[in-house]
Structure formats: C-alpha cells, structure tokens
Design a protein around this ligand. Structure first.
Ligand code: MG
Length: 255
C-alpha cells in the first residue's frame, strides 16, 4: 500500500532525516585506513543510543536474509555492493566502502547511503562513486509532482548507462515511513512516462548502486552481503526524499 504523508507528517520526518545524515557524516569522517568495520558499527550504535533513535536494521529479517541482521550499519567493501554485514576487518589503503544507514526518530524512518574511498583513491573507483551520486541527483530531480516513477527510474538508468555501467534492478529504492521498506518499489532503470504518478506526500528512498564490470550479484556465505559476481567493485548512493507541491525535499541531505 502506498501512503501519502501530510505536510505536518513530512515535517515530523525531518528529525529522522537529520539524524541519519549527521550519523553518516560522523561515520564517513571516522572511516579510514586501519579502522575496523565493527568499530564503525559501534559508533553508529552509540549515536543511535545518544539520540534516542531506533535502529531499522538490528532486528531486520526479510525473506532474503538468512537471519536477523544483528548490526545497525551496512558496510559494503570493494566487491560488496549492498547489505554488507560488518565483520572483523580493518580497512586497507584504497578500499571502496559503502555505508548504508537507517534509523527511526519519533517513529519515522530515514534511510541513506554513501560511498567513499579510504586512503589513496583510484580513478576508476572515484568514477563509479561519482556516477552513483549523479544518478541519485538525476533521480531526485525527476521526482516532481505530476511526473511518474518511470521518470525517476529512467533518469537513474540514463546516467548509469551513459557512464558505461549495466544496471541490476533486483534491489532499488522503496517507500519509507513508519517502517524502512514499503511501497512503491523504485527500480534503478525504467521507461519514462510509465508507472506510479508522483504526488505530493509521497516519501521514498532513491538508491542507485552500480558495479564496475557486471550487473550480477551473489550472496556471501554470511547470509547478507551481496557481492558482484565478477569481483569488481561496487558503489551506492541513497537519500530519502519527500515530494511536496513545490518539488522534492531531500530529508537526509548532508550539509
Ligand atoms: Mg539504505
């Protein structure tokens, strides 16, 4: 079911958006060569506790997960594309890390992700990250009242294909509200002019993710982490947005 939020509800959702944004900034600043993924997860858990927020991940147990997630942060390193389960690993020079974080504040969820390179950046990795960010910006710009969800999908797909990447549409954006994953599904490729009409009050996450050499993934033996089939690196960018009469607002904007 697709629920439209009132302007007052969207105002209430801003607190979750700000918290998720500030936590991702803290995590991005903390991520460095030699830092353990488990300490990034602990930092996120500490910030959740301090803010009185609630993790959307720790008890998360959908059909595609082998067991409850058990952590509060997704850390996807190098060939890990999505849902990276933090484990005892110290980041190495040149690692490409995607941090995906969702939490609720006052009962409303926000969900956002970013990718960074720790230590010495590699041009191809930076191009991959830049493309997901451009695709995210194009998707947000297309989320105008009166447009259709296919316009958002097509905008993401167009940027991705133009940069030379193929797109996996198994996982994409989603409605966000009292829970992390709701309708509608927002595929990362599609045809303009098709799909759900975008109306004021629609709140959803847009999350392009790309892999350098493939659009195929497999699940790591940890039961959660999705890796590129060919071992090539992946990047992921996500924001939660609210559509208003005046256009989209990025609830998880980082200043
Ligand atoms: Mg997310």
């Amino acid at each position: 079911m697709i629920e439209l939020r009132t302007p007052a509800e969207i105002d209430e959702m801003r607190a979750a958006g700000r918290f998720v944004a500030s936590t991702l900034v803290a995590l991005r600043d903390a991520a460095d060569v030699g830092v353990n993924l488990l300490s990034l997860d602990r930092l996120a858990a500490d910030l959740i506790k301090k803010a009185g927020a609630v993790s959307s991940y720790v008890d998360y147990h959908p059909s595609f997960g082998a067991m409850p997630f058990g952590k509060v942060l997704c850390t996807s390193v190098n060939d890990a594309a999505l849902h990276g389960l933090p484990f005892d690993y110290r980041l190495k020079d040149g690692d490409l890390v995607s941090l995906d974080f969702a939490a609720s504040v006052n009962g409303w969820v926000a969900d956002s992700a970013l990718s960074i390179i720790v230590g010495t950046p590699n041009t191809a990795d930076q191009h991959l990250i830049d493309t997901t960010e451009l695709a995210l910006a194009a998707g947000i710009a297309a989320a105008q009242p009166g447009a259709r969800m296919g316009d958002v999908s097509a905008a993401i797909g167009e940027i991705s294909h133009a940069a030379g990447f193929s797109v996996n549409t198994d996982f994409g954006g989603h409605g966000v509200g009292r829970t992390m994953h709701g309708d509608p599904h927002v595929p990362n490729d599609g045809r303009p002019g098709r799909g759900l009409p975008i109306r004021p009050g629609l709140v959803f996450a847009i999350e392009p993710w790309l892999m350098q050499g493939t659009d195929k993934i497999f699940t790591d033996p940890d039961g959660w982490t999705l890796r590129s089939l060919d071992g090539s690196r992946a990047a992921h960018s996500e924001h939660t947005i609210a559509v208003t009469e005046d256009g989209p607002i990025v609830l998880t904007a980082r200043d």
